[in-house]
Design a protein around this ligand. Structure first.
Ligand code: PLP
Length: 410
């Protein structure tokens, strides 16, 4: 008799974005003819850069000729792809061996799968608010107790509040934890960690043989040269941190799918010699994953050529300008805003202490604008909404104008 993994029953009934579309759909059905403007979901809208399209095309053409056809590639990605990624790190003074880089179909898969190489009783600390995948993947893996609706938390997870008081970067956990998830530039708050802030966590992890999972999916949005784009810019991080990254927001690969994980050879944790975690991730990937698409890797390598990077940088610049427009517009509408510089997300405090969902409903009803309620990212997100810069510019401008009109400030 088969039995289900009962940890799934602990998960919240509905995924945040499903509830948002349910409410938006219900509003649209009751108000036919009203156009909804979206500042919610973080999906990209600009087309791929020409160099990337040429790379994808060339990758596909290769498969159409007997002499150049290839089937399965390396589980951890083609060597030329890993060399291209390593060369980008070298510019930041970070020297990685290609055997430390694992190319994947995206950072969502890696951020949910990485926990599988750690013990099932590992104590997990997560920034609050956070990208929901870190919590949910650990719930499914059985590292938590039940969901406590009163505290809006899973028992057993250490929530690290990120609030206005701490500049949306957490204090060190008060107890020993084993796995620490950090994301910078942050989804959802748009906060970017400094060298000093990351150094504290690196020291903490090294002292306690903990491992940091550092999600750098938005690293190319950092324009301030004083801010770290990789955790390996922090001395000592190679022995205590795994880094995840993605082509999704950098090169418009949300539908194309490509990302990578760095698992350094030096990485250790309790009773684990250097090299073992790297070998375990290879074992995990080679068992569960047959490597990233060869066509997609050809597109990814093109995105990392000097020309490709220039074109992709222009795309990121465009989203950064949209973030500025959102932040400025919402501030003029009377809201207190955070993030939106060196990051594609603006984190706006709701007016008058309104709850995240009440403010979501108000903006939907009165401005016909869809946002993302901050409480969906964790209890410390209550009282905020997340605004995304990834929409079309004209829609973003209209949404900002509609919010200003609805809140009485034109
Ligand atoms: N990590 C963070 C913090 C994200 O916000 C997202 C997507 O929104 C991802 C990872 C997923 O990236 P990918 O599209 O590479 O799976």
């Amino acid at each position: 008799m088969a039995r289900i993994n009962q940890n799934y029953d602990k998960l919240g009934a509905s995924y945040l974005f499903a509830e948002i579309s349910r409410r938006a759909k219900a509003f649209a059905e009751k108000n036919p003819g009203v156009e909804l403007l979206r500042l919610g979901i973080g999906d990209t809208t600009l087309p791929l850069a020409p160099t990337v399209v040429a790379g994808l095309r060339a990758g596909a053409e290769k498969l159409g000729a007997a002499e150049t056809y290839t089937g399965y590639g390396d589980y951890e990605g083609e060597k030329w792809m890993r060399e291209a990624i390593a060369s980008v790190y070298r510019e930041r003074g970070v020297n990685l061996d290609v055997s430390e880089i694992f190319v994947s179909d995206g950072a969502k898969s890696d951020s949910s799968n990485i926990q599988s190489i750690f013990s099932s009783d590992a104590v997990v600390a997560i920034q609050d608010p956070a990208y929901p995948v870190y919590v949910d993947s650990n719930v499914m893996a059985g590292r938590t107790g039940a969901y406590d609706p009163a505290r809006q938390q899973y028992q057993g997870i250490i929530y690290m509040p990120c609030t206005e008081a701490n500049g949306f970067f957490p204090e060190l956990p008060g107890q020993k934890v084993d796995l620490v998830y950090l994301c910078s530039p942050n989804n959802p708050t748009g906060a970017v960690a400094t060298h000093a802030q990351l150094s504290l966590f690196v020291e903490y992890a090294r002292a306690r043989k903990a491992v940091i999972v550092f999600d750098a999916a938005y690293s190319t949005f950092i324009r301030d040269p004083s801010l770290p784009q990789s955790i390996y810019e922090i001395p000592g991080a190679r022995s205590c941190a795994i880094e995840l990254n993605s082509f999704s927001k950098t090169a418009g690969f949300t539908g194309v799918r490509l990302g990578w994980a760095v698992v350094p050879k030096e990485l250790t944790c309790e009773a684990t010699p250097p090299g073992k975690l790297n070998a375990m991730w290879y074992r995990r990937q080679s068992t569960f994953f047959n490597g990233p698409s060869n066509v997609v890797q050809a597109g990814g390598a093109a995105a990392l050529t000097p020309r490709g990077r220039e074109e992709c940088r222009a795309i990121v610049d465009h989203y950064l300008e949209s973030a500025r427009i959102i932040r400025e517009g919402f501030t003029l509408a009377g809201l207190t805003c955070f993030g939106g510089t060196n990051a594609p997300y603006v984190w706006a405090r709701t007016p008058g202490g309104m709850s995240s969902w009440d403010f979501f409903d108000k903006l939907l009803r009165e401005a016909h604008v869809v946002t993302t309620p901050g409480s969906g990212f964790g209890p410390s997100g209550e009282g905020y909404v997340r605004l995304s810069a990834f929409g079309r510019r004209s829609d973003t401008e209209r949404a900002v104008a509609a919010v200003r009109a609805a809140l009485g400030k034109r």
